[in-house]
Design a protein around this ligand. Sequence first.
Ligand code: NAI
Length: 493
Amino acid sequence: MSVNQYDLAIIGGGPGGYHAAIRAAQYGAKVALIEKAKLGGTCLNWGCIPTKALYASAHLIEKVKEAHEFGVEISNYNLNFAKAVDRKNQVVKELVGGIEQLENAWKNDVYKGHGKIIGGNSNDGFDVSVEGENNEVIKAKRVIIATGSSPALIPAFNIDHERILTSDDILHPEFKTVPKRLLIIGAGVIGCEFANIFTRFGSKVIMLEYLPSAIATEEPMIVKVLMKKFEELGIELHTSQNVLSVENTGSGVKTTTCDSSIPRDQTDSAEKHIFEADLCLVSIGRAKISKDLGLENLGIETDRGAIKVNKDTLETSMKGIYAIGDVTGGLMLAHVASYEGDIAVANALTSIGGFPVSEMKPDYRVVPATIFTSPNIGSVGYRRKVAKDMGMDVLMGQFPYQSLGKAKCMGEETGFLAVLCEKESHKIIGASCIGTGAPELIAEIALGMQHGLTVHDIAETIHSHPTISEMVLEGCEATVGMAIHKKGRPIQH
Ligand code: NAI
């Protein structure tokens, strides 16, 4: 029996794997892409895309509610959640179909099944089995592992996928009922995005967070604006909560907590709080998918489930095998996985030789991150406190949406952009934004940072008026006290 031979086998077809497969084909490599579920992985099927499709419905409700302020009287509207879910499913289907077509167009072989590295080395190539409809073994000179992550299933939370759910359950194509009361454990990125969506859909949302703040990774002043909005929407956030138990009572869910400052061995005697709801979403982080990939056979090292990689090459402890994206335990973001796909492909193909590409080294200084609550959040680079703690001398400029003509016209006056630059050089080193279009605004800052621009480089670039992009112009000018639509004092000289 002949064995199919490839330059590169990629295990996992999410934004890391499918992207890497196309990139490798662009360089002329023969590629096998192995995926056991659907191309697009978490991002397209269970994460970024379906949530943003539901967010679009939620955002429309928000706008309809405000319509009277714009002189548009809408007397009656209803949420047809089943239809919103159907639309979300259709968006996912079309995008997944698009990826399939792209892989075909690049003549990549897509294998449906569970991929596992069963042996080999970087001189002779690796044997990779695909357990699925047709069990088969393929051979590849190099392998990239891009198996991603899945919701963390911590036993104490009793996730039963019936009333105690993960984000996968809530995004299931057949999840079509809006709960009256939704309890969300974990006020991180996923928790806050779902809190916003389901509140707009009419659920009473209660959130429980272990830390003293929601999305603790963001600038505190950004979190403050979001929390004010959550309060207006009636979202109940309880911080510093140690969840002791979660129980499906048959007719709902019941959670018992105590203050998270109480030591774990003293929780029995601690004062308890009870929270009840119809459904519970557990969003307390994600676990890396690194089991049953054959890592042990080849001595590939892991750390608490994360595949260890050489930070300069993304090669694992086995020469010729690379790992990218969530499974490496780095920044769990789709765009980071895709970026790492480029790096791993370049290094894998360079090590084979004969491809029009050379080695690449990852650079994580500029990684934009976005949160699709309403208002949206976007951030990149340093937070002010981190920069200061590192001993950097910084300037920060803030510009509010309410001072921008376009934002006022759109009725989008909540929020601000804060730009951070080095005091001496005026080079941009970070930005945080909450407000309409924040994720898009951050992209311009990211470009500036990537190319070492100063706030003046951006400020001297003509920005079209009236646009939300002027937030970036004014934000950069504000770092040196020169925003036009902001009061201030003459520059000292
Ligand atoms: P996360 O790490 O953002 O948030 C988890 C939250 O749960 C944290 O605030 C944590 O303190 C809290 N927590 C942990 N254990 C807890 C407990 N026992 N009781 C109460 N609270 C507890 O993780 P999340 O939201 O699950 O997201 C997973 C990954 O997916 C993240 O890396 C995130 O960046 C990524 N993601 C990115 C999105 C985007 O780019 N827009 C959207 C959704 C997820």
